[in-house]
Design a protein around this ligand. Structure first.
Ligand code: TYM
Length: 333
């Protein structure tokens, strides 16, 4: 384990994950597990920035942990934990809040978008969300943060805060690098390829859920919006086909140019079915394994307990250092 760099990432248990979350984030997590000391969290505190049904949030948290494990995130090989179990995340957020300016948070694209889509509940947490995310990352001195393209702006703020703290109080935090994959960092809606695929989309045909069965997946791909013309080629004038080709390549591991050749002369209808089949082949075993793991809650509770202890050990050290540097009296009892 020595000399490895640290990697941190998280997903919100705000619903059942989509194919976008899988391709943009989780699929990279497993690949990086041997190379880095990996810390993966369930960002449950983040979910409270929009209204949640408490029982559903709890159920989604167990389900997300089971999904991580079924995707190959082995809790023996990394730290897997629940953000709310390690109180240092909320504490570091307070310290970082005192050095973050409202303007920096108000200009965040996600804050602006969510303020519109949740206009009845624009709360302080929604605005402060990126500072909690910065705390998640900085507490573990992560070097690398694998995320989808929509989190890039939050990563930039994290870097700014680390640099600001370091220059005000001397070197403390590692300044993290984002890891945004070249292909698949932004999987688009199947109904509107100009929009990101999102689990909160009102139209269920717009996204593939990691809980969808084979028939549903194929039906959704058959209904996917395509473009004019009949050529299967990735380019800017063909956002629908490009998105489908990207999905196909991400789930099969093929290169775009090879996929274009494979579907040369094939009609849109058959192409969409082929993409659906490839996605179903990937999701089905993951879903079955997830359901198997989910049936053993006591195992998941053990994973959470073990993960929290290991995460807390690192987080506590960083937070004590931060408290000392900003001038708080050291706790000696
Ligand atoms: P969340 O839960 O919205 O999304 C989880 C991950 O999925 C990626 N993603 C996508 N990638 C490709 N195409 C899409 N359509 C798509 N939709 C989502 C996201 O970029 C993300 O990587 N704030 C984070 C969770 C978080 C976090 C952190 C991440 C909390 N603390 C610290 C990294 C480090 C979020 O809401 O992700």
């Amino acid at each position: 384990m020595e000399n490895k760099k640290t990697l941190f990432s998280a997903v919100q248990p705000s619903g059942i994950l989509t194919l976008g979350n899988y391709v943009g984030a989780i699929s990279n997590w497993k690949r990086l597990i041997e190379e880095y000391d990996c810390i993966y969290a369930l960002a449950d505190l983040h979910t409270l920035t929009v209204k949640q049904v408490p029982a559903e949030l709890r159920a989604h948290s167990y389900e997300l942990a089971a999904l991580y494990i079924s995707c190959g995130i082995d809790p023996e090989k990394c730290i897997l934990f629940c953000q709310s179990h390690v109180h240092e995340h909320a504490e570091l957020t307070w310290i970082l809040n005192t050095m973050t300016y409202p303007g920096e948070l108000q200009r965040m694209t996600q804050f602006k978008d969510k303020s519109k889509s949740h206009s009845d509940n624009v709360n302080m947490g929604l605005m402060d969300y990126p500072v909690l995310m910065a705390s998640d990352i900085l507490l573990y001195n992560a070097h690398l943060v694998p995320v989808g393209a929509d989190q890039k702006q939050h990563l930039e703020l994290t870097r700014d805060l680390a640099i600001r703290f370091n220059s005000r109080y001397s070197d403390t935090f590692v300044v993290p690098e984002p890891y945004i994959a070249k292909t698949g960092a932004k999987i688009m809606s199947l109904q509107d390829p100009e929009k990101k695929m999102s689990k909160s989309d009102a139209n269920v045909n717009a996204f593939i859920s990691m809980n969808d069965d084979r028939d549903t997946i194929i039906k959704k791909f058959k209904r996917a919006v395509t473009d004019s013309g009949n050529e299967i080629r990735a380019d800017e004038s063909k956002p629908g086909i490009t998105n489908l080709l990207t999905i196909y390549c991400c789930v099969t591991g093929k290169e775009l140019c090879d996929a274009e050749k494979e579907f040369d002369g094939v009609g849109y209808g058959n192409f969409k079915i082929a993409v659906g089949e490839a996605v179903a082949d990937l999701i089905e075993p993951v879903r079955c394994e997830k359901d198997r793991i989910l049936s053993d809650k006591s195992y998941l509770d053990k994973v959470f307990a073990d993960g929290a202890l290991r995460a807390e050990h690192i987080a506590r050290k960083t937070l004590s250092k931060v408290y000392r540097k900003v001038g708080l009296v050291e706790r000696k009892f």
